[in-house]
Design a protein around this ligand. Sequence first.
Ligand code: FBP
Length: 262
Amino acid sequence: MLPHADDAISRDGKTLILAYDHGLEHGPVDFEPNPSTADPERLFELATHDAVTALAVQKGVAEAYYPDYEDDVNLLLKLNGTSNLWMGEPDSPVNCSAEYAAELGADAIGFTLYGGSNHEVEMAEEFREAQEGARDHDMGVVMWSYPRGQGVKNDTSPDTISYAARLGLELGADVVKVKYPGSAEAMGEAVRMAGPTKVVMSGGTMRDDKAFLRNVADAIDAGATGLAVGRNVFQRDDPERILDALEAVVFQEVDPAEALAI
Ligand code: FBP
């Protein structure tokens, strides 16, 4: 990682990435709980909330919507992604170059790596090209480090998540996004393994507000710099309300119970 490479997608050293690549990764089913979120415009509007330090989208969504938001939203452009229609060993085809991401005005690039998949070798080679391209254009590098596939028995065990975080450091990510390993202690170990690479936790599916915010607070206490969250924000009836609470927990370190009362 390079010092400050992620500054454009962080604030006061904290990061809250609003992830919106679900239309590709999971399909329209993810928009069902809150149908207005099928419209990317709704997410770009949400991304103008003070809590959000970057919006992660795929190329096509950025091409169509980012020109109207480039003054108000930091763009994290995913360079690979796969649909839920694919049933093979985990893989994520590259659909955009770092050069084109820079042309679109991206502040950082995002890249999924499925360590442990039979496709890990090609994915790591593709990551190299993306990471070096990002360096050429002064963009930050965020790795979605999701071990899964034939080589992985438990994709959220503490050991697996520590390894996932370490892959971020070893391969040159500025920020590594990992699933929550189940406890603050395990998150702390993942943060230790990532060294200077910042660790953000993945949002997951919708759960009890208090429990979700507690996980976020625990992750931050353990040294994570924030989170990258999609469904746990946009599938709610009132996404702004949870963003208000997340802003308090992530940036002001307010206790989760109090944050909900704001
Ligand atoms: P969520 O916060 O909704 O879990 O999104 C995080 C994310 O990494 C998205 O960027 C991506 O679309 C999705 O999870 C992939 O999840 P999975 O591969 O586990 O189904």
